[in-house]
Design a protein around this ligand. Structure first.
Ligand code: ARG
Length: 457
């Protein structure tokens, strides 16, 4: 295809340079948005009397035809075109003749590409929000199933206090809920229309930017035309939000990997989400979880690429900005596939509740409850804490757990100990008494489940 910008120069460009300059290989995915933007632009040009109504009708029909033909596979996107904007405009003119040449009145590819990208990312953002909700729903269903399953809660990866598996899973639901909220918030700044900024300075034509924004379902119009074409904050902001999602799901995946190891054996990942080894017949590898963990770096890389691309860039449009697309598209593609795989994997997870409980019995994770028992008998917490530490040390030396100690042994540490102690340090009771807001008790986790279910409706 010839160059739309031939005129000042011949439009003949070195073949290697042409290929290097071209973006159609990655921006062609915005064809729907490019056509939608052009249809709205045509409607505005006609409404304002900038182009004749009859030509506007021809253009709109032509654009609709192109849309339908790409959709049906009748028209292939010609990758020899410089970019998707050029391809659509040149195809239109080839089909309808002179009227096609009016389409680019009061517009530049600078505001056109900014518009296309915002519209395209709106669809991607909505998809990711939907996929986050699916994952939250899978996690919350699992949490419901295991709201009574006692397991060790960890700090420093050392057994800390008893929690339930349901409580632990709900922590991830809360993280993902924030992720969805963050994207919804970024969406407000995304749906601001840059079209009509033109090359950078606005236009001498009597355009109506608000009309065009409304046609495209955008709530606002950017208020400065230079900012309109120079701004890529929306890419960076979305990519930062996607990076946080990856941080969250990589933590979950790391836990899935640990929990499914022989060392833990807390969970089993269903066979349809694991792989075998080509040499070790016994292996059942958590590849999907590892890949999600691994792909996190890739999305962070996309964010750094975007931040670096924009850094120090003079206003307004610079060709550097063409680099925005591959990064933000890759980030969305990656996050979407990770969320989809993870939702399926979570739904099929089975917990070995017996192993979880066994692990919870070791490691003295009810030592805080032992101290709290004394505190409730009037011993100051710091004293109770010290005594409990000494009791744990005694147990370690004598190879006992806290519930295996006799009351006589306890009384050598403090006269305050009585028979009601055993009930106080029973693991299930330890869990169920942590009924503070957000705590691990069954009732508290049920409230969390209810909250999250409502929030994703
Ligand atoms: N392919 C270009 C991009 O993605 C479109 C805008 C071209 N504008 C220009 N002044 N050359 O940034």
């Amino acid at each position: 295809m010839g160059k739309i910008w031939a005129g000042r120069t011949s439009g003949e460009i070195n073949e290697t340079a042409d290929e290097f300059n071209s973006s159609i290989m990655f921006d062609s995915r915005m064809w729907r948005e490019d056509i939608a933007g052009s249809i709205a632009h045509t409607a505005m040009l006609a409404a304002k009397g900038i182009i004749p109504q009859a030509d506007a009708e021809l253009i709109t029909e032509g654009l609709s035809g192109i849309l339908g033909d790409i959709e049906s596979g009748k028209l292939d996107i010609d990758t020899s075109a410089e970019d998707i904007h050029t391809f659509i405009e040149q195809t239109l003119t080839a089909r309808i003749g002179e009227a096609g040449k009016m389409l680019h009145t009061a517009r530049s590819r600078n505001d056109q590409v900014a518009l296309d990208l915002r519209l395209y990312l709106k669809g991607e953002t909505d998809q990711v929000i939907g996929e986050i909700k699916t994952l939250i729903s899978a996690l919350t269903d699992k949490a419901e199933e295991y709201k009574a399953a006692v397991m060790p809660g960890y700090t420093h990866l050392q057994r800390a206090q008893p929690v339930t598996f349901g409580h632990h899973l709900m922590a991830y639901s809360m993280m993902l809920l924030r992720d969805a909220e963050r994207l919804s918030d970024a969406r407000k700044r995304l749906l601001v229309s840059p079209i009509g900024s033109c090359a950078l300075a606005g236009t001498t034509y009597d355009t109506d930017r608000f009309f065009e924004a409304k046609e495209l379902g955008m709530a606002a119009v950017c208020k400065n035309s230079i900012d309109g074409v120079a701004d890529r904050d929306f890419c960076i902001e979305l990519c930062a939000d996607l990076s946080i999602i990856m941080a969250h799901i990589s933590r979950l995946c790391e836990e899935l990997i640990l929990w499914s190891s022989w060392e833990f054996k807390f969970i089993e990942i269903s066979d349809d989400f694991t792989t075998g080894s080509s040499i070790m017949p016994q292996k059942n590898n958590p590849d999907m979880a590892e890949l999600i963990r691994g792909k996190t770096g890739r999305v962070y890389g996309d964010l750094i690429a975007l931040l670096t691309m924009i850094k120090g860039l003079p206003l307004a449009y610079n060709k550097d900005m063409q680099e925005d697309k591959e990064s933000i598209f890759d980030a969305f593609d990656t996050v979407k596939s990770c969320l989809e795989v993870l939702s399926g994997m979570i739904s099929g997870i089975k917990a070995n509740t017996g192993n979880m409980l066994e692990a919870a019995k070791g490691g003295f994770i009810n030592a805080t409850d032992l101290a709290d028992y004394l505190t409730k008998k009037g011993v100051p917490f710091r004293t109770a804490y010290k005594l409990s530490g000494e009791i744990v040390s005694f147990c370690v030396k004598n190879k006992k757990t806290l519930d295996e100690m006799s009351i006589e042994e306890y009384k050598t540490f403090s006269e305050e100990f009585g028979d009601d102690l055993y009930e106080a340090i029973d693991l299930k009771n330890c869990v169920d008494r942590r009924n503070s807001y957000g705590g691990t008790s069954i009732a508290s986790v049920e409230k969390q489940i209810e909250y999250v279910k409502k929030a994703i409706q």
